[in-house]
Design a protein around this ligand. Structure first.
Ligand code: ADP
Length: 260
């Protein structure tokens, strides 16, 4: 699992953070942020101290998904206090920019902001800092993968080829910079009709498991396409927090245990 200490020669992260785990995807819209927040909450339920760094600078979703609004405070004008809900400390560009305002930045600005959100935030003691990565393999992703002492990366994909092709690229990026890939999660794996119970594989099924086998990484689990997952995440009360004993939480809990 993520138990390995940061390797020597890498930039060190904030002293109080034991493990930094990236949740990444090739494509946008595959449910990376939803998975990241539910995974963070499932890790918290294992009794761990958890933080969430929303590194998706151009599309920050964590303020909304964690149900947090308002601006972070700073006593000295340099170090920001993280925001907090559900016992999870969080930092996001979304706390600093209005929700309908675009972040229009070139690469160096983005990389500076990411570095600051890691280093200039009073994270305190954390067992795991979950990083909701931006989708793709550009500047920002590479900065995180190279400059941050990541204990590992989890890749989220939907089952269809078009998403898996990009997921593979994301995975190979981490491999190139020697970040251990902790496994692949298949999101929107299966749709069960709430009326008749019919199972529909809207985006196909099993593609991520096959891909994980091919690439020699762990397959961490299948999360169904379910309206409850969406409504809870999008309204700031993720399903793992809202229904900790439910079927969906059970899947995220299993993933959290595997990752930890
Ligand atoms: P990404 O971070 O990959 O861009 P998001 O996590 O923001 O994707 O998810 C995109 C949308 O899909 C959101 O509205 C989210 O609630 C929804 N969603 C994500 N995963 C699921 C799921 N398993 N079932 C239903 N809706 C989901």
């Amino acid at each position: 699992g993520a138990g390995a200490p940061p390797r020597p020669g890498r930039k060190s992260g904030p002293a109080g953070i034991t493990h930094i785990i990236a949740v990444a995807s090739g494509k946008g819209g595959v449910g990376k942020s939803t998975t990241a927040v539910n995974l963070a909450l499932a890790l918290k339920q294992l009794g761990l101290k958890i933080g969430m760094l929303d590194a998706d600078v151009f599309g920050p979703s964590q303020p909304r998904m964690l149900g947090i609004s308002g601006r972070p405070e700073s006593a000295d004008g340099k170090i920001l206090e993280p925001m907090e809900n559900f016992g999870i400390k969080a930092m996001s560009i979304g706390f600093l920019v209005a929700e309908d305002q675009p972040v229009v930045w070139r690469g160096p600005m983005v990389m500076g902001a990411l570095q600051q959100m890691l280093s200039d935030v009073n994270w305190g003691e954390l067992d795991v800092l979950v990083v909701d990565m931006p989708p793709g393999t550009g500047d920002a992703q590479l900065t995180m993968a190279q400059n941050v002492p990541l204990a590992g990366a989890v890749i989220v994909s939907t089952p269809q080829d078009i998403a898996l092709i990009d997921a593979r690229k994301g995975l190979n990026m981490f491999r190139k910079v020697d970040v251990p890939v902790l496994g692949i999660i298949e999101n929107m794996s299966l749709y069960i009709c709430p009326n008749c119970g019919h199972e529909a594989h809207i985006f196909g099924h099993g593609g991520a498991r096959t891909e994980a086998d091919k690439l020699g990484v762990d397959f961490l689990g299948e999360i169904p396409l379910d309206i409850e997952i969406r409504t809870h995440a999008d309204s700031g009360n993720p399903i793992v927090e809202a229904e900790p004993d439910g079927v969906h939480a059970a899947v995220y809990n299993k993933i959290a245990t595997a990752v930890w």
